[in-house]
Ligand binder design. Structure first.
Ligand code: GLC
Length: 499
């Protein structure tokens, strides 16, 4: 008996270790928190900023569904956007012991992260940036993305105009690393904005606060968390070599000023040259220490509102904004949101740009969508176009399946809210006027389905078919048995209409 238990434990431990080594990010629920810390995103809960009341911005909480696009030079080698240039992520995530870390440092092998060795995607920052020379999306048709987004019931789009890797997808006057010096000055933002407008989608521009290219002479390319664990580990330069010299305080201060003016210039271009912009989706703070006097020279919230009075601002630059952003895992700990909120997630299992990482199933994507809406959040689903600029067939198939599901079930996820505090359900649920929508996820079995605290029921039907569903109703409690619901391959929605 004892031997059996020990053996089972041994197998379990081996399995855990094996799966951890196989996909770092997926198994580390904190990976995205570490990334946020690296890009300086800290929520400022004391800020006095109040959410925008501009009439043009009030579409957000009802929107429900949006398309995120992560695109850039990284699509050339099918690397994820920006992160592959940062060394040592596995050191941080697996907390190697100091002997192992010494070994890694002695060998100069910093690529022990994100399985890059398995699929030959290990690059230094310099090698990563080289992709800019070969980046030339020959089939760049954001209209196709917008058309597909619209067909799936999406209401807005957000596009990475410049990610942490620093390559700006328009010919900016500020900085050198943008299409002004590559691709013959082509502007990828303009057709994107026009495409959104053509399909009646709100226009969102993603812009990263950190820019690891502009900051490259000051930047440590070792994952910041590694330094937290091992303070004496050497700083790495853009060739992932140990930095041999450091900048002086005077040089650093002058650089912070340059960073501020550069960001102000680029953000002003984005908010001036393309007409009305509905969302500026900042991701991370600029590479200037908090409290440093150069911060004031960056773009301010007031300046943003002067350029675009009806805009929504994500909270990841200033630490505050018009909505909260959630990411990676909506575990049970996330509460129903009372303010405006958005959950962004990826169609691939854990990368943002186009990579070889397998995709999530449509069942899993719908589960995320349903969960987001039941918690009062929009669902911003990310796609990574190929180097040609196309959303590939596999991703398109996922989106088409969602679109088909939305055609008959979309009413349950758009223009709705979470249940009020007076009502509770044993399944994910949303509310719209006299309707309550109860969701049965495809891969789940339900004993009985209950909605409590509600008014008298008028009808209970399957949203997709309009067919009646048996139910009982007593003392404000509605009960439905799963056996009375005809289940389909994807999630099923029960439409409860109240009197
Ligand atoms: C994280 C990642 C970034 C990604 C963003 C989208 O902050 O750092 O790569 O663009 O999430 O939410």
């Amino acid at each position: 008996m004892k031997f059996k238990i020990t053996f089972v434990l041994f197998v379990l431990i081996c399995l855990t270790l094996f799966s951890q080594n196989n996909d770092t990010k997926k198994n580390d629920p904190n990976a995205f928190k570490l990334e946020h810390a690296q890009i300086g995103f800290v929520e400022d809960n004391k800020a006095s900023y109040k959410r925008t009341e501009h009439p043009d911005a009030q579409w957000f909480p009802d929107a429900g569904f949006g398309m995120f696009i992560h695109f850039g030079i990284c699509s050339v080698k099918q690397l994820d956007l920006s992160w592959p240039m940062i060394a040592g992520m596995k050191i941080a995530q697996f907390k190697l012991d100091s002997a192992e870390v010494k070994k890694v440092m002695a060998s100069g092998d910093y690529f022990i992260r994100n399985n890059c060795k398995d699929d030959n995607t290990c690059v230094t920052p310099i090698e990563y940036w080289e992709q800019a020379k070969y980046f030339n999306p020959t089939n760049y048709k954001p209209e196709e993305w917008a058309k597909a987004a619209k067909a799936a019931g999406m209401k807005y789009m957000v596009f990475t105009t410049r990610h942490h890797d620093g390559f700006a997808l328009w010919p900016s006057k500020y900085g050198n690393f943008n299409t002004k010096n590559y691709m013959g000055g082509k502007d990828l933002i303009k057709p994107y904005v026009e495409a959104c407008r053509k399909y009646g989608l709100k226009v969102g521009l993603y812009y990263s606060g950190p820019d690891w290219y502009f900051n490259k002479d000051y930047q440590d390319f070792m994952y910041y968390k590694v330094r937290k664990i091992y303070p004496n580990i050497p700083r790495l330069d853009e060739n992932l070599q140990v930095r041999t010299s450091e900048k002086s305080e005077v040089e650093k201060q002058a650089h912070y000023d340059e960073v501020a003016l550069y960001i102000k210039g680029q953000v002003t271009e984005l908010l001036s040259n393309y007409g009305k912009i509905d969302v500026i989706w900042f991701d991370g703070a600029p590479d200037i220490p908090k409290g440093n006097k150069s911060w004031k020279k960056c773009i301010t919230m007031d300046e943003i509102h002067t350029l675009q009075p009806g805009i929504l601002v994500s909270p990841r630059f200033f630490g505050y904004g018009d909505f909260k952003t959630f990411e990676a895992n909506l575990s049970k700990q996330v509460n129903k949101q009372t303010g405006w909120a958005e959950f962004c997630s990826t169609v691939a299992q854990w990368t943002w740009a186009i990579t070889k990482v397998p995709l999530k199933t449509t069942t899993a994507l719908l589960a995320e969508f349903i969960q987001s809406r039941s918690l009062n959040m929009n669902y911003l689903l990310n796609f990574g176009p190929t180097k040609e600029g196309v959303i590939n067939t596999d991703m398109t198939n996922r989106l088409t399946e969602i679109a088909n599901w939305m055609k008959v079930n979309g009413a349950s996820l758009t223009d709705c809210t979470a249940l009020s505090d007076a009502e509770t359900a044993t399944v994910y649920a949303t509310a719209k006027k006299q309707h309550r929508y109860l969701f049965l996820l495809a891969d789940k079995k339900y004993e009985n389905i209950q909605l409590t605290g509600t008014e008298e029921v008028k009808t209970v039907t399957l949203l997709a078919t309009g067919k009646n569903v048996n139910y009982s109703f007593e003392n404000g409690k509605l009960t439905i048995l799963e056996k009375d619901v005809t289940r389909t391959a994807l999630a099923d929605v029960i439409d409860v209409e109240l009197k």
